[in-house]
Design a protein around this ligand. Structure first.
Ligand SMILES: [Zn+2]
Length: 188
């Protein structure tokens, strides 16, 4: 028994080291670049001063984005196959910057939360899409702060999308009052 516990401890310890190593490299990925001036302007138009944009890095098609785009700390591992137009790139970037916002304002907790909700959604529906569905909670009156990290990022990206296409004016206005850093005087 003691031997089993010892071996289990070694395996768990080794896996933890591996996970931390992967996160460490993912957050400081060598083949990454800073945001361009245009990307900074785009990010600022949504997040204002809520994100330290000089710290943000983009790693296009890195090993971390082999399945899907993801953000580790300040580094966005963006998968070029995830977008096919300028607008879809920008919308994806705004979603991923949502995770940078979560990291810079709340630390690493968004990663396990995001993984858990995606795992639960996948095990219940065969797809991770349900983890991103923010509308139901929004209609129920759940505060934005209580949404899971994917719902938060997706609601910001959708607001951005409607802003760009000039549609969904009523929803866009409601989202302005829903998302804390978009609130303005008309939300009182
Ligand atoms: Zn996400």
């Amino acid at each position: 028994m003691l031997r089993f516990i010892k071996h289990t401890g070694i395996v768990v310890g080794a896996l933890s080291v591996l996970v931390f190593f992967c996160i460490y490299i993912g957050a400081r990925y060598p083949a990454s670049r800073p945001l361009t001036e245009a990307e900074k302007e785009l990010a600022h138009s949504i997040y204002g001063d809520q994100i330290r944009l000089d710290s943000v890095r983009i790693a296009p098609d890195s090993i971390y984005s082999i399945d899907v785009s993801k953000t580790i700390g300040d580094t966005i591992h963006i998968r070029t196959a995830d977008y096919n137009s300028d607008l879809s790139y920008k919308t994806l970037l705004i979603h991923e910057l949502g995770h940078v916002w979560q990291y810079q304002n709340g630390g690493w907790g968004y990663i396990p939360k995001s993984l858990v909700v995606q795992f639960v959604a996948f095990s219940q529906t065969g797809s991770t899409s349900a983890a991103y569905n923010w509308e139901e909670d929004f209609l129920k009156g759940t505060p934005w702060e209580k949404l899971n990290p994917e719902q938060q990022a997706e609601s910001i990206a959708e607001y951005f999308y409607y802003r760009e296409i000039g549609g969904g004016q009523e929803l866009k206005r409601q989202l302005e009052c829903f998302i804390p850093f978009l609130r303005n005087n008309s939300c009182e």
